[in-house]
Design a protein around this ligand. Sequence first.
Ligand code: SF4
Length: 156
Amino acid sequence: MKNGNDPEEKLIVSACLAGFPCRYDGKAQPDPEIEDLVKCGKAVPVCPEALGGLPTPRVPCEIVGGSGEDVLAGSARVIAFDGRIAFDCTNAFIKGARAALKAAKDIGAARSVLKANSPSCGFGTIYDGSFSGTRKPGSGVAAALLSENGITIESR
Ligand code: SF4
């Protein structure tokens, strides 16, 4: 990871990369470098989906009809699908994205490191809404909002 020279610089990081078991399946996706950044106080972990009020574990979600930018613009939706029943989680994702942005602003973060492919944290590539494991270009809802507000994103 490219480190800034400012010793006071703080980052926002995906909580699952920091070892918190907040993924939809109740597991973490720990990244030792991110865990160290949190331990030394340089990074603050956020889970936009938890901040949006969703439980853990939870039904997996994908963005249908566009990307995170489109969700924020009101032209795409975030859908949860358990293999039988689908339901709309768009409002929780937008709420969580706004909470993640507030957390970033509160600590003056200009950079973030976010989990790849997630409908919240994915940056540049996300699952395509077919729930088949296929990906498409685009970003998750929180990543889109952070990016729109000038916060740079590294994807892991
Ligand atoms: S990818 Fe983002 S929203 Fe999903 S569990 Fe990790 S921190 Fe939470």
